[in-house]
Ligand binder design. Structure first.
Ligand code: SF4
Ligand code: SF4
Length: 269
């Protein structure tokens, strides 16, 4: 069973919900926010195994006749044909292999280019994209593949609604959308709702930093979206977060997360 946790924007408390929910539900926590993973700060896993993640990039050999067929085949415009040489823009290359297939004289060989790491333990996983690398998708795919045999997973998606978020959402059984009761929060929640509806993933919403009924509750009611739980606004929670503590260490907040877990379980069943 895979539950993906996402939010239309950063800073809403997505990782807080992901880490705490993984503990009360006894699910493995998988940090797919590969540009800025921070779940490990709260869960403090030890004995992690490290796996390197590489992309296969084309390299052009002397057999090249500069016919340009590989340029046409590349959907990402990663190859440019000069008069007497070929040029690859590594940042644009998705490692799909289409150029190699298109080459009529077998003049392309593939070389591995490291783009990041995946770290795992029994109930934990995280991806880490190398600095200056633009594509987190392959790291997320590898992370999900390495941890695919974990019975139940909480997938902490990257913020926003980018390709990487779609990759994290793929094949998820349920989505928890985390938001906060601000106009920015509502604006970005709508984008996240559009995404999970497009992907046909059943979902519910958790309102973080809740400080009483507002336009957010009205929106959920009007759009017939279930509110799975409301995490109250509290200075104590902010202090615990800044100290790298789990909110479920607080008895009252533990109860709040248990209620959210029950609401999710009800939807899953
Ligand atoms: S591997 Fe795919 S993305 Fe990369 S250059 Fe070849 S066709 Fe383009
Ligand atoms: S398809 Fe092959 S021969 Fe043609 S330009 Fe590309 S690498 Fe060179």
């Amino acid at each position: 069973m895979d539950i993906v946790i996402l939010s239309g924007k950063g800073g809403t408390g997505k990782t807080t919900v992901s880490t705490n929910l993984s503990q009360v539900m006894d699910y493995a926590y998988i940090d797919c926010d590969v540009e800025e993973p921070n779940g490990y700060i709260f869960l403090k896993p030890d004995h992690t195994n490290t796996h390197e993640v590489c992309l296969l990039n084309p390299e052009f050999t002397d057999a090249c006749t500069f016919c340009g067929k590989c340029v046409e085949a590349c959907e990402y415009n990663a190859i440019v044909s000069m008069l007497d040489r070929m040029m690859l823009f590594e940042d644009l290359c998705h490692g799909c292999g289409a150029c190699k297939l298109a080459c009529p004289v077998d003049a392309i060989r593939e070389i591995e280019r490291p783009i990041g790491l995946v770290k795992t333990s029994d109930d934990f996983g995280m991806g880490l994209l190398n600095l200056k690398e633009p594509m987190g998708g392959p790291i997320i795919s590898k992370l999900k593949s390495i941890t695919k045999d974990y019975k139940n997973r909480i997938l902490d998606a990257p913020p926003g609604v980018s390709c990487s978020v779609v990759k994290a959402c793929e094949d998820a059984d349920f989505a928890v959308l985390v938001t906060e009761p601000t106009q920015f929060g509502l604006h970005d929640l709508r984008k996240a709702v559009d995404l999970v509806r497009t992907l046909k993933i059943p979902f519910g919403v958790v309102i973080n930093r809740y400080d009483g009924p507002s336009f957010m509750d009205e929106y959920l009611l009007d759009d017939k979206i279930e509110c799975l739980g409301r995490i109250p606004f509290s200075k104590e929670a902010a202090v615990m977060y800044s100290e790298g503590k789990m909110l479920i260490e607080d008895e009252k907040l533990h109860g709040t997360f248990l209620e959210i877990a029950r609401a999710v379980q009800r939807r899953l069943s």
